[in-house]
Design a protein around this ligand. Sequence first.
Ligand SMILES: O=C(O)C(=O)CO
Length: 257
Amino acid sequence: MLRFSANISTLFTALPVAERIQAAARAGFKAVEMQFPYDLPAATLREAAHKAGVEFVLINIPAGDFAGGERGIACLPGREAEFLRGVRLAGDYANTLGCPRVNCLAGNLPEGETPEQCWDVLVENLRLAADMLTVRGVQLLVEPLNRADNPRFILNGYPDADALLTAVGKDNLTLQYDTYHAHAGGEDVLEGLTKRLMRIGHIQFSDYPGRGAPGTGELNFPRLFRAIRNLPYEGWTGAEYLCPSPGPGDFAWTAAA
Ligand SMILES: O=C(O)C(=O)CO
């Protein structure tokens, strides 16, 4: 099934958040996602989504000092209590918003720590997070970022993410499949998505290179969208590309879907 959501952390960002939700609805989206909703009360966001007639389908767990370069704290020794506080906060927001899933950014390997130790911290943190979110009816996701953009991120490519899901061993932990990161990591996007489909909880897309709209790079989105439409996938497909002020013609790619 092919259902598009608008990531309002990358789309409509010239607007205040509540207006981004309205703008996404006017552009025809029935769902929105947001990387870090925590600057606004969850009730405010819920009211804005209800007024616009859209639903929240994905948010991230707090990821440390994101502006300062951190890409999650789930793998960081000594930050476990902070991580679990973030899981509780994300669970609270997800429940208030009626959002069915949250994504966890795994973190960058710190200088002076061994990958093995960070991996063990990540596995244990995700086991705890999966259990905490299961009782709330919220699905947990994880995604690798690509090495070129994020050279120290602990998950390099979807094979690492596959291994992580196996190590964590929780049915509530699924993959966030991002076309940009997958292609940047050298994966055939359609092949990678198809073979992992049963473990994918959410799809995000942007073109490569540049993380722009479909058609600005080298990915074949009409082929990809046709495939997602025909695959047994019940999730959402999130537009996570950089476009602060979309104009009327900027969503023409939905017609190619
Ligand atoms: O950087 C990305 O691709 C993300 O999805 C972060 O939320």
